[in-house]
Design a protein around this ligand. Structure first.
Ligand code: SF4
Length: 126
């Protein structure tokens, strides 16, 4: 996050406390998404974005890795998939578990994000 702040994007974060910041989303959409659907911080994007289409989940017992229902999955090599899983694995557990519950997002935005998450194909890679 410091790299993103250093790159001149302070307005896109809300400070929850000195150690915790939250993205300032609009309609539950990432503020770094451009109108042409490109990522405006591609080189600096966080691990969760680098891991896509692998998603880490801690809702069950231990950590699971889910593979999203995304057309790019069929074009990924085992090595690329392994790198994405490593990115997903680098996300601290507490960032996965409670990120929505402690956020300042509206109830409607959280429901919208969770609805998008439910579209995921729950293929556990282990
Ligand atoms: S890749 Fe990540 S940071 Fe970039 S636009 Fe998408 S969600 Fe936002």
């Amino acid at each position: 996050m410091e790299k993103v702040l250093d790159a001149g994007h302070p307005d896109f974060f809300i400070e929850i406390n000195p150690d915790q910041f939250e993205l300032r989303s609009r309609d539950a959409v990432c503020p770094f998404l451009a109108e042409d659907f490109s990522c405006t911080i591609h080189e600096l994007r966080p691990p969760a974005c680098r891991a896509w289409p692998v998603h880490a989940s801690c809702e069950g017992e231990g950590r699971e890795y889910l593979l999203m229902d995304c057309p790019i999955v069929d074009r990924l090599s085992d090595e690329e998939l392994g790198e994405m899983m490593a990115q997903a694995g680098s996300i601290p557990e507490e960032n996965i578990v409670n990120s929505f519950k402690r956020s300042s997002l509206s109830k409607e935005d959280i429901e919208l994000i969770e609805k998008r998450f439910r579209m995921f194909k729950s293929l556990v890679l282990k």
